[in-house]
Design a protein around this ligand. Structure first.
Ligand SMILES: NC(=O)c1ccc[n+]([C@@H]2O[C@H](COP(=O)([O-])OP(=O)(O)OC[C@H]3O[C@@H](n4cnc5c(N)ncnc54)[C@H](OP(=O)(O)O)[C@@H]3O)[C@@H](O)[C@H]2O)c1
Length: 274
């Protein structure tokens, strides 16, 4: 049986770069825009990757089901990388939660019915998830976002700000990986999240254009002295998907050039004294 690697959001940025690393077996990429998928599949084939696409929206459970059913007809599903996501720059608030948070929960819930022994799910989160401090008031909603009323409550916690909604969603991705780790382990699978820092993709270029001063400041305080490249993330994803990472599950891996350290330091020093 052929090994199958599913990459949601594989038509652009981090997902597309990750897809290029899986040169054994078949890579299935997914996204909403078919033209982008056709172009990316062509690019992958030219890079020697056995790639196919299945159009779909990760926030729609029926689309995810179709994706997994299709992938299963191609071989054994070994890897699922969930790189589909939208930023807090231009999206509508509820849509950010639906795609970045509920889409992740749906995928984690469904993938375990299709993975083969030793399979792994890698959920793209963000360093911004680390700037939201733990708090039981919202962490239960973030861990179980499909609970009735959870998204409405999270919109309130985000103070109706899309950028904050994005940060909350990404903390939720960390918590969802932890929530499923035990169940996945019982089945011989792994699940974890990966938090990139600022990576030069169409998503961050959009942020750079919208907030140039803020983004350039972030670069100036990044210990690694640069923005990340999609390959920085793809290399880690490839390692995490391999046998060499078989003891890594239920945790978040930061690949951020050290920027989170600085962000948390700055947040703490900005907190008003009691
Ligand atoms: N770039 C960064 O600096 C950075 C930093 C931290 C975290 N991340 C995370 O890394 C992931 C990838 O980001 P990126 O920078 O590679 O973004 P990107 O270049 O904008 O790519 C996003 C991908 O997700 C797909 N997508 C978006 N919504 C979808 C949906 N509802 N269903 C299916 N596919 C969907 C897009 O295709 P369609 O639009 O055609 O659907 C596209 O293929 C995201 O989760 C992002 O939050 C990125």
């Amino acid at each position: 049986m052929k090994k199958v690697h599913i990459i949601t959001g594989g038509s652009s940025g981090i997902g597309l770069e990750c897809a290029k690393k899986f040169d054994e077996g078949i890579v299935v990429i997914t996204g909403r825009n078919e033209q982008k998928l056709i172009r990316a599949t062509e690019e992958l084939k030219q890079a020697g990757i056995n790639a196919v696409y299945k159009q779909g929206d990760v926030s729609k459970p029926e689309n995810l089901k179709e994706l997994f059913e299709y992938a299963s007809t191609l071989g054994e599903v070994c890897t699922v990388v969930n790189s589909a996501g939208v930023s807090g720059v231009s999206e509508e608030l509820r849509q950010i939660f639906e795609i970045d948070l509920l889409g992740t929960e749906n995928l984690a819930e469904m993938a375990k019915d299709y993975l083969t022994a030793g399979g792994v799910v890698i959920l793209l989160a963000s360093m911004m998830g680390h700037v939201i401090p733990p708090n039981p008031a919202y962490d239960t909603y973030l861990t179980y976002p499909s609970t009735e009323g959870a998204v409405d409550a999270l919109i309130e916690f985000s103070q109706h700000r899309p950028d904050v909604a994005y940060n909350f969603s990404k903390r939720g991705v960390h918590l969802i990986a932890k929530r499923f780790a035990w169940e996945y382990g019982q089945k011989g699978f792994r699940i974890l999240s990966l938090s990139p820092g600022i990576i030069m993709t169409p998503m961050s270029v959009q942020a750079l254009e919208a907030h140039p001063d803020q983004m350039n400041f972030m670069k100036s305080v990044t210990p690694a002295g640069r923005f990340g490249e999609p390959e920085d993330i793809a290399n880690m994803v490839h390692f995490l998907a391999s046998e060499k990472a078989s003891f890594i599950t239920g945790t978040d891996i930061l690949v951020d050039g050290g920027l989170t350290l600085k962000l948390v330091e700055m947040m703490n020093s900005a907190e008003p004294e009691e």
